[in-house]
Design a protein. Sequence first.
Length: 84
Amino acid sequence: MKESYLPELNEMYQKIATQLQQHNSLPTQPKLDQLEKMNVFKMLERIIAFLQVSKSNISPNFMEKLGSYENHIINFINRETRFI
């Protein structure tokens, strides 16, 4: 999963980070879409951290849930690609 999804997720992460950094330099109140991007950014951080866990640190219980996590990642990518 790491090889399949991490490069695309890292790219999304960088785009959102750049957008948020540009927005933070403006002297205006955060807009609703910026707050939504912040939430996406935080979720992306959690997904990337999940993908960076080494195989030796994954418990059997965690292994049982990998299919579910992969579906969640795919749905996230499909949904957020339109968002960015």
